[in-house]
Ligand binder design. Sequence first.
Ligand code: HEM
Length: 397
Amino acid sequence: MTVVMTNRLPAFPFDWDGTRLPAEVEALRAEPVRRVRTIAGAEAWLVSSYELCRKVLEDPRFSLKDTSAPGAPRQYALTIPPHVVNNMGNITGAGLRKAVMKAINPKTPGLEEWLRARAGALVDALITEGAPGELRGAYADPYSAGLHCRMLGIPEEDGPRLLRSLDVAFMNAPHEIEAARLHWDRDIAYMTERLDDPATGGLMAELAALREDPDYAHLTDEMLATVGVTLFGAGVISTAGFLTMALVSVLTRPDVREALTTGAHGVAGAMDELLRVNLSIGDGLPRLALEDVRLGEVEVRAGELVLVLVEAANHDPERFPDPLVFRPDRENAAEHLSFGGGRHYCPATALGKRHAEIALETLLDRLPGLRLAVPVEQLVWRTNFMKRLPERLPVAW
Ligand code: HEM
């Protein structure tokens, strides 16, 4: 008799349901660096303790850029050109960091007023149409897409089309996806046209103007268009994803609802705790080991893939006692890793927070009776995607 030896590693990601922390996270406490099998079929080290997750994010021997190197083990197939993985590095290298940081500053004059007005108009539309409403398609998505169109200085009516690209661009699939390449080419062509469109304002107009400056002779239209496409993509998927999942928390957890509406802290004071418990990141933040590095009990070898499991770090009882309890006054809530850490720390944390704060405040203030209008088990969770997302979030009020 022949014995077939199968290498049965746990498949990662574990669970797409965003209403609870996956059961596997608890089991990982005993093994904070664990071999897993990725969607692409590769082997990777899944890192789950707070301390080691932070170490990976902060240690330059773990590289994000090199995860797209040819032949490197992959979490899932790339949906963007390989060099774009190092997006912020490319932006900085091209001398565009200052312009980008200015554009994503929530203190930009008029921006907060615009966010309030846009959130208010979307609530008006929900009320006019009557319950039930759908909070992803009719609230979180158009609000986030609208903000990013405004920031880039492109027409808001183009938001829905750009938004549809993201349903494919952020898929976690084992093989390359034709639609991802088609969307990418189409969006780059669209954003390139905006550079020469006299109606363009915001960041894209600023970038277009740099083409006249001899100091920026190295810039190509494609590089500038890439900045627009990637900021729309990273920004909308992250802000809409976080807001949608914060709404899931509000609608399914009475403790969260109470803290936001009656607590002494209000929505703004609870924002870091909301980020800590948020389950919107559906995969692991990927890094490639550039050298052999000891990680806890494990010797990670150069060339191996390491995945940082943010939700496990954020629920590590060593760092956040009683991690499942929602506690807005938790002293160290802001130490969560929901914006990453180290050199790739999200550059738009202030905008991300303000965006969600205003949306939640507006909704809870205008619709105090807001509730889920279907049993929670009926929520349909998107699979094989970079973010956990309910396909629809039907509510009544
Ligand atoms: C609540 C909203 C947001 C969340 C939760 C979030 C989360 C994250 C996380 C976890 C990372 C680190 C990725 C890694 O280390 O591999 C990151 C990086 C990044 N985020 Fe955000 N983000 C948000 C909003 C935004 C917005 C609004 C923008 C732009 C408009 C943006 C642009 C970026 C960029 C360009 C990076 C890459 C930074 C680098 O590589 O240096 N994010 N974000």
